[in-house]
Write a protein that binds this ligand. Structure first.
Ligand SMILES: Cc1ncc(COP(=O)(O)O)c(C=O)c1O
Length: 426
């Protein structure tokens, strides 16, 4: 089946608006580690995907999934040791107060549940998110997913704060001053709620601020936000769907890196290495308060096979020292990107922690005008040369690089050399 005729068939059944990456869509047929292969047998370096977190088709995850699928897969209303063990192992990676978990199947469902918990347990309705965030696709979550939902469709109970952009906005300020300035935006949103008779239920941020372009968050910012939320009777909700499971190398969770303690944490994408497994981690008090009023049940969320996959992911992260790998290879890659920045004027800024990078492209380093069209060309040219990445940010001018965790120095060299060649050609 040629890629063109498959594309036509897809359009006929999935419609023309179901998103597809790249000007020339890719038909992937196989994956292994950091590599994926297209229908013609061509190999690509995956520098984008965090779903196959411990590597595409990791044999230990595949074995755990298939062993459990051969043994039992029912639903979530029976006692099962794998499920309980996984819940124990996973919650043990959090601060002690975050010791309870609800299992779900997607990040959207996790954020939906987080909103319900926040609203029911505080008795308040207001939610603050950033002005260019993606948190998922349910009705309530779409209202706070400002990247795709226009302001007039966010409803009266949602306020957004502007996307922080220290690359353009630092103006010589130190972290404390910048954190205070950005936290003041949250304070203003809370005040605006109050002016409309709305009380704060929670502030919900992606701890990577990924859609926003991976800004370097000033130290102390999220702690200040937590304090403001609590003072207003609301909660701090950390969306770890992209940042979690050691992506930043230094910590298992993004909120730890940002030195804040949330009340609710939402999980997804990397959790089952591609198997639909997600969750909401919270405190015993919030779980008791919520479940005292609601019977929360999820047929598939946290079933035996999902939890077997989740356990295998935790095992591989530990046994293959993948957080350390993210730290070491991440620093190496970042240094290489900074060298590229010296040679290519179009690279205005390079940011990153662990294995999550943003390369911001600008037409002019003084004005910092976004190089949107050039960034799109770069993403497509990288794909033509066998390296997969994508782009983010308000102006879509930031290369998003977030490879599977076993990414090696040799992989980093290939990424950097290919980017060098593409930017030279550009
Ligand atoms: C930060 C963040 N939260 C939530 C979601 C929603 O997750 P899902 O697509 O599994 O519903 C996404 C998906 O891209 C995400 O990036």
């Amino acid at each position: 089946m040629s890629t063109d005729s498959l594309l036509e068939r897809r359009f006929r059944v999935l419609g023309r608006h179901a998103p597809l990456f790249y000007d020339k869509p890719l038909q992937l047929v196989r994956g292994e580690g950091v590599w994926v292969y297209d229908a013609d047998g061509r190999r690509y370096l995956d520098a984008y995907n965090n779903v196959p977190h411990v590597g595409h088709c990791h044999p230990r995850v595949v074995e755990a999934l298939s062993r459990q699928a051969r043994t039992l897969n029912s639903h979530t209303r029976y006692l099962d040791e794998t499920v309980v063990t996984y819940a124990e192992r996973l919650t043990a990676t959090f601060q002690p107060s975050l010791s309870r978990i609800f299992f779900t199947c997607t990040g959207s469902e996790s954020n939906e549940l987080a909103l319900r918990i926040a609203r029911e347990c505080t008795g308040h309705e207001g939610i603050i998110a950033t002005a260019f965030a993606y948190h998922g696709n349910t009705a309530a979550v779409a209202q706070i997913s400002s990247v795709f939902t226009a302001a007039e469709r966010r409803g009266p109970h949602v306020r957004t704060v502007p996307v922080m952009d220290p690359y353009r906005e630092r103006n010589g300020r130190d972290d404390a001053a910048l954190a205070a300035a950005y936290a003041a935006q949250v304070e203003r949103a809370i005040a605006d709620f109050a002016a409309h008779g709305i009380k704060l239920a929670g502030v919900l941020f992606c701890t990577a601020f990924s859609s926003e372009g991976l800004p370097v968050v000033p130290r102390g910012y999220l702690g200040r936000v937590a304090a403001l939320a609590h003072a207003a009777g609301g909660l701090l909700i950390a969306d770890e769907v992209q940042a979690g499971f050691g992506r930043f190398g230094s910590h298992m969770w993004g909120h730890e890196m940002l030195e804040a303690l949330p009340d609710i944490v939402t999980l997804g994408k990397p959790m089952g290495n591609g198997h639909p497994l997600a969750g909401v981690v919270t405190t015993p008090e919030l779980m008791e308060s919520f479940t005292g009023r609601n019977m929360y049940f999820n047929t598939f969320g946290g079933n035996e096979v999902s939890c077997a996959a989740g356990l295998a992911v935790l095992d591989v992260l530990r046994d293959e020292k993948l957080l350390e790998n993210a730290r070491v290879v991440g620093e190496y890659t970042l240094a290489g990107m900074r060298q590229l920045q010296e040679r290519h004027a179009i690279i205005g800024d390079v940011r990153g922690r662990g294995l999550f990078f943003a390369v911001e492209m600008v037409r002019d380093r003084a004005s910092k005008e976004p190089a949107t069209a050039e960034t799109k060309r770069t993403v497509n040219a990288m794909r033509e040369r066998g390296v997969l990445l994508s782009r983010i940010g308000l102006a879509d001018n930031i290369l998003k690089i977030r490879p599977p965790m076993p990414f090696s120095r040799a992989n980093a060299d290939q990424l950097l050399e290919t980017l060098d060649a593409v930017l030279t050609e550009l």
